[in-house]
Design a protein. Structure first.
Length: 126
């Protein structure tokens, strides 16, 4: 069962064409910036309030209600979770297990589509 590898919500991803403005907005709500980097697509900023983490990243936003792009579940074994997703017929929409050079040692993740086209990311911080 995949649940034994999942430890809870990791982050909520918010696309924006104004990372600095979005960061400032969430700072007004009490969020603190805990990580910042750049990718080929632009800025990526992680902010935190208590145990809630937001990933603010540069991209053309939907700018409509429901514009959150994805939720990410923190996992302890990305390989086991990926195998489970394959064996259980999940609609894997990422290119297998992908990686980013985020945090100190990087992350590995994959994304599935939920029944309502929502994106659910399984992410292991290395």
């Amino acid at each position: 069962m995949i649940a034994k590898y999942c430890t809870g919500l990791q982050h909520i991803g918010i696309p924006t064409d104004d990372p600095a403005g979005t960061e400032a907005f969430y700072e007004k709500l009490g969020f603190v910036t805990v990580y910042r980097t750049s990718t080929a697509s632009g800025s990526v900023i992680f902010t935190e309030l208590g145990n809630l983490q937001m990933e603010i990243y540069q991209q053309q936003p939907a700018r409509t209600a429901g514009a959150i792009d994805h939720i990410a579940i923190d996992v302890t074994d990305i390989e086991a979770c990926y195998t489970w997703a394959q064996e259980n017929g999940m609609d894997i929409i990422s290119n297998g297990i992908e990686s980013h050079a985020f945090w100190d040692n990087g992350i590995r993740y994959f994304i599935i589509a939920g029944p309502n086209a929502e994106k659910i990311e399984f992410c292991q911080i290395l």
